[in-house]
Write a protein that binds this ligand. Structure first.
Ligand SMILES: *[C@@H]1O[C@H](CO)[C@@H](O)[C@H](O)[C@H]1NC(C)=O
Ligand SMILES: *[C@@H]1O[C@H](CO)[C@@H](O)[C@H](O)[C@H]1NC(C)=O
Length: 492
């Protein structure tokens, strides 16, 4: 009997005293993750009515951008708000589909970069100006851009033409050309809104091949002095049509508008762009939307992907005073991508030991770290990722590791926990500023049973990418005039 009693006392009290005596790290070096809340949110995905289109249109009338600090803003929605959960039976299946899209997206950016960095690339692919192409077949080009099959994760509500037709557009910081599916369709995929009808717009004009915007295209052709464009995305999806100038309206009916914006009127479109009408290019090139409206800045706040909340994509708005500011860099080989001067990472307040050169953007176009709205998971070169993961695992000795899932090799079973205290992960920039990532943006649920994974991945490429999972709930501001980027947590 005394033996049993002793064992009872030992098993009950030893673990507790062990937990109590554990040295607690300083508060600023750790962040609390609300496991119950995140798990509940994931479960709620299957009980939320994402039948978006109707409710969105109503919401727009009731709430005309009252939270926006800029007259030039579009509503911004996560993919779930348009697509709903589709045929997914559980969160894990939804999550895996996202990861597949994400790999496709990442690979298409790498393919594009390899083309431009390796030199001859795009220019040689350009058909002779004024060449008379009798069919669009002649425009098939191995040119790829940021968006791959259905990879758009965030969408804006944009007014096209006059009177404006409202359309969902994929928001893409990884490409420049704006386009919309357009009647008459040779081949159009299914979209949520009616297909754009140029004949119904009094401001629609096709562009001449001599137009500056036409000459800025990577792939163009000319038929009877009408400028034809083609954009292709790594996985075989593409849009082909004529380049037009059109009016774009912000913030629903009666909003501000920008005239003479070059936008592709796509008659032949292939791919799964998730019911969106087209794409809004927010890359750094001349044809991107913000370049064309001469905006000095733009910002977006990527709402939580698992909710139907909305936010805004804004132009010429002021960067929040509490933003963590960092330098933006240009790749000398391509202006499309937005590079941030990331020089280091910290875990639990301690710098992660990585040679600074591993994150550096080289003059030959290699390396560097881009900020992208369409890629989900942040990726780093192997050496950087391994050091980051090692530091994080070291900082979480009391969490139960479990099997890796897909690209994630560091996952935890938190099914028995309500909250956990984890080391803060932050990004350090060349100007010494440090952006601390919210805990829920780097330890993410991958099912509804309490499995959470460290949401970073490795890449064999020398380029790193800051993805939208890490940007959720953060207003990311691009100050184009001063080449600065700002991150403000909790500013959606
Ligand atoms: C274009 O206008 C016609 C005639 O007013 C209308 O029936 C049709 O729905 C409009 N199409 C679109 C896509 O707005
Ligand atoms: C932007 O600037 C260019 C060049 O200065 C000018 O041609 C164009 O009209 C401007 N666009 C807008 C929308 O202000």
């Amino acid at each position: 009997m005394p033996h049993f009693f002793f064992i009872f006392i030992f098993t009950i009290f030893f673990p507790i005293s062990f937990v109590l005596s554990r040295t607690t790290p300083l508060p600023s070096q750790t962040t609390v993750l609300d496991v119950s809340f995140e798990t509940q949110k994931v479960q709620n995905v299957f009980f939320t009515d994402f039948n978006a289109l109707n409710s969105l249109n109503q919401a727009e009338e009731v709430n005309p951008f009252e939270d926006s600090s800029s007259a030039l803003s579009f509503q911004l929605h996560s993919r779930l708000a348009i697509e709903g959960i589709g045929s997914h039976q559980d969160y894990e299946s939804l999550f895996m589909t996202r990861l597949d899209r994400d790999s496709a997206r990442f690979n298409s950016i790498l393919t594009h970069l390899n083309l431009v960095v390796q030199g001859d690339g795009l220019a040689n692919l350009k058909p002779e100006e004024e060449s008379e192409l009798s069919s669009l077949e002649g425009m098939e080009m191995p040119v790829v851009s940021g968006v791959s099959q259905g990879s758009g994760e965030y969408f804006s509500r944009v007014g096209i033409g006059y009177p404006p037709s409202q359309a969902f557009m994929v928001l893409d910081t990884g490409s420049d050309v704006n386009w919309v599916q357009c009647n008459p369709c040779a081949d159009c995929y299914q979209q949520a809104d009616p297909i754009f009808e140029p004949g119904n717009s009094s401001t629609y004009h096709t562009m001449s091949c001599r137009a500056r915007q036409c000459q800025s295209l990577d792939v163009l052709a000319c038929v009877k002095d009408t400028c034809l464009y083609q954009v292709s995305y790594g996985d075989g999806s593409y849009s082909v049509g004529e380049l037009a100038s059109e009016t774009i309206t912000f913030g629903g009916e009666g909003g501000a508008s920008a005239a003479n914006i070059a936008i592709g009127c796509g008659h032949d479109n292939e791919g799964l762009f998730t019911g969106a009408s087209g794409l809004l290019g927010l890359g750094g090139g001349d044809l991107s939307f913000q370049s064309q409206i001469n905006a000095s800045s733009f910002s977006y706040c990527l709402v939580d992907r698992d909710t139907k909340s909305t936010s805004t994509l804004e132009f010429d708005s002021i960067t929040s005073l509490d933003a963590i500011i960092a330098p933006l860099l240009r790749n000398l080989k391509t202006s499309t991508y937005h590079y941030v001067d990331l020089t280091g990472l910290s875990v639990g307040g301690q710098p992660v030991p990585i040679p600074p050169s591993t994150l550096q953007l080289k003059d030959n176009g290699d390396g560097g770290v881009i900020v992208d709205s369409g890629t989900a998971i942040t990726r780093f070169p192997m050496e950087v990722y391994n050091a980051l993961r090692e530091a994080f695992v070291k900082g979480t000795p009391d969490l139960t590791l479990t099997n890796g899932v897909a690209v994630f090799d560091t996952c935890y079973d938190l099914s028995q926990r309500k909250t956990v205290e984890i080391p803060t992960v932050s990004f350090r920039f060349s100007n010494g500023k440090e952006w601390s990532i919210p805990a829920k943006n780097y330890l993410v649920p991958i099912d509804s049973k309490g499995t959470f994974c460290f949401a970073f991945a490795t890449t064999s490429s020398s380029m790193g990418i800051i993805g939208n999972v890490q940007q959720q709930g953060t207003r990311v501001s691009f100050d184009l005039k001063n080449s600065l980027i700002g991150f403000s947590n909790d500013k959606c």
